[in-house]
Design a binder for this molecule. Structure first.
Ligand SMILES: Cc1cc2nc3c(=O)[nH]c(=O)nc-3n(C[C@H](O)[C@H](O)[C@H](O)COP(=O)(O)OP(=O)(O)OC[C@H]3O[C@@H](n4cnc5c(N)ncnc54)[C@H](O)[C@@H]3O)c2cc1C
Length: 471
């Protein structure tokens, strides 16, 4: 597939077809991404105000064979929203599409434009006395179109699922500019292929999401949050089952935190308050939310005290107020920042079956130790089997001296994930970063289907070229 340059004639056509102020040069901030791994190019930035304007822009791109990079909040971690390709693509941002189109508390749904910031959706749900449970550290910047395009996970997947599970209907502009109007708020709709779920997680490679009908949940009347010291990842996995039974399946967050995370926090972000005076090797942050159960924290404490005798838990703190709850979460949420300040040699967003987590962690520790002076910081949503398994130089060594080991480390971890029947991208997607990994570790028939779908829906290959499928 040959892509065309966005010639002055093409830009002129775009400017004539769309209202004044829609097209501009792309400021530098749109051409980089959070980890500075990619630097993009763009012939121009297009910022439409509604689905019709998106459709006009995409139709012209289709006609001229000009490629498009869909852009929402710019927080993606696999380089999907920035592209250094020749000829330069247009960057199409949904940031001006920020309407909350409708809230239907009786149907437990909210219909929104793709450019609404995630926290604004959470707030709108709250005002309707409902919960939109998607929550992640980038929530003040990322937009729902980007969350859907990457099928974001976050800290409450255990109870409420990924973004995919929180979406009932979609509106999208397809690569030829046609509009798919699928904004239905139905829980049951067995009318052929599930196009909504095809577009969710497609990272802008099949079309541009312009609107969504989201699923709302009842607001838990009471939250209970605990920070626990556990002796090992084995104990953490057993504890998860104990807590789910004791709390009737109300556990919504179950985050494993490694001693190395705490060491990095103490070193790089000393203002983050650490819950235990003696730094433990392993902690688990547990959160549960209950409908009417005002005594949820008492039940949580009693369940945790019960397992201290069995050795599953060594120490417990229950949050007594909102400030303490925030302090606990602050520890978890600042780990990526501390990691960045230390500088990883190689980072991995992986998942394995929950039952395999302890063996995976230990096998990885042993294998990494054989590669040299390295240390692992391993933390994450262990209730979903999702770990951020990041490898750093040993204390006192510099990351730049170890970069020659990056390829070997990545291969080692990803081979191990494959061996444990896991996924080399649990949350962040494939983007441009993991295309080779997808090719290496996927089932061949899955790969063939992915390519066939891409070719059928985007025959000219203009939609986010190089993402998921190699061009
Ligand atoms: C600090 C931090 C913490 C994070 N924590 C988590 C976490 O706990 N769990 C998790 O799952 N993820 C996490 N992420 C990743 C997060 O899920 C994504 O960054 C976010 O969902 C992307 O949204 P965005 O609006 O920034 O999209 P962008 O970064 O703008 O785009 C991401 C991808 O989606 C495509 N895209 C954007 N908008 C559209 C659209 N309207 N239609 C079609 N395609 C589109 C882009 O082309 C790109 O491929 C974290 C990221 C950061 C920076």
């Amino acid at each position: 597939m040959t892509l065309s340059a966005a010639t002055p004639e093409f830009i002129e056509k775009l400017m004539t077809a769309l209202p004044d102020g829609t097209i501009s040069e792309a400021p530098a901030g749109y051409l980089s991404e959070p980890r500075d791994l990619y630097q993009g190019t763009a012939a121009c930035l297009v910022r439409p105000r509604n689905v019709e304007e998106v459709s006009i822009a995409v139709k012209l791109c289709y006609e001229y064979g000009v490629s498009i990079i869909p852009y929402a909040g710019g927080t993606g971690l696999v380089g999907g929203q920035v592209a250094d390709i020749d000829p330069a693509p247009i960057l199409l941002s949904v940031e001006r599409m920020t309407a909350i189109r409708a809230v239907d508390p009786d149907n437990n749904t909210m219909t929104v434009d793709a450019g609404v910031i995630l926290t604004d959706i959470q707030d709108a749900a709250d005002q309707a006395d409902r919960l939109f449970p998607l929550s992640l550290a980038a929530e003040g910047s990322c937009r729902i179109g980007g969350n859907l395009a990457t099928n974001a996970g976050g800290v409450q997947v255990l109870r409420y699922g990924n973004t995919r599970d929180l979406c009932l209907g979609l509106e999208a502009v397809m690569p030829d500019g046609s509009i798919y109007r699928g904004l239905k708020g139905l829980r049951k709709d067995n009318t052929g292929y599930d196009l909504r779920n095809l577009l969710i997680g497609s990272e802008g490679s099949l079309g541009i999401i312009t609107g969504a009908t989201l699923k709302l949940h009842a607001k838990p009347a009471k939250m209970a949050t605990a920070m626990t010291v556990v002796p090992s990842p084995e104990a953490a996995v057993k504890l998860l089952q104990v807590m789910q039974s004791a709390l009737d399946g109300l556990v919504s967050g179950f985050e494993l935190i490694h001693g190395t995370s705490l060491e990095f926090l103490a070193d790089k972000l000393p203002d983050v308050r650490q819950p235990f005076a003696d730094r433990p090797d392993w902690m688990v942050l547990i959160e549960a939310g209950g409908g009417e159960d005002a005594r949820l924290d008492e039940r949580m404490l009693s369940a945790l005290e019960g397992v201290i005798e069995d050795g599953l838990v060594e120490d417990v703190l229950i949050a007594q107020n909102m400030q303490q709850r925030q302090d606990f979460w602050s520890v978890r949420e600042h780990i990526p920042l501390a990691n960045r300040a230390v500088g990883a040699v190689s980072s991995h967003d992986i998942s394995v079956p929950v039952s395999a987590v302890p063996e995976f962690i230990q096998t990885g520790f042993d294998a990494i130790a054989e590669l040299g002076d390295l240390r692992v910081n391993c933390f994450g949503h262990v209730g979903d089997g999702n770990l951020h398994y990041n490898v750093f130089p040993a204390a006192g060594l510099d990351r730049n001296d170890m970069l020659d080991k990056r390829v070997a480390i990545k291969k080692l971890i990803h081979d191990l994930v494959h061996q444990f029947d896991g996924s080399v991208s649990a949350e962040h997607g494939i983007g441009r970063l993991k295309v080779a990994d997808l090719e290496t570790y996927s089932d061949p028939t899955k790969l063939a289907m992915i390519k066939a779908i891409k070719t059928a829906l985007d025959p000219k290959g203009i939609m986010n070229p190089g993402v998921i499928v190699r061009t």
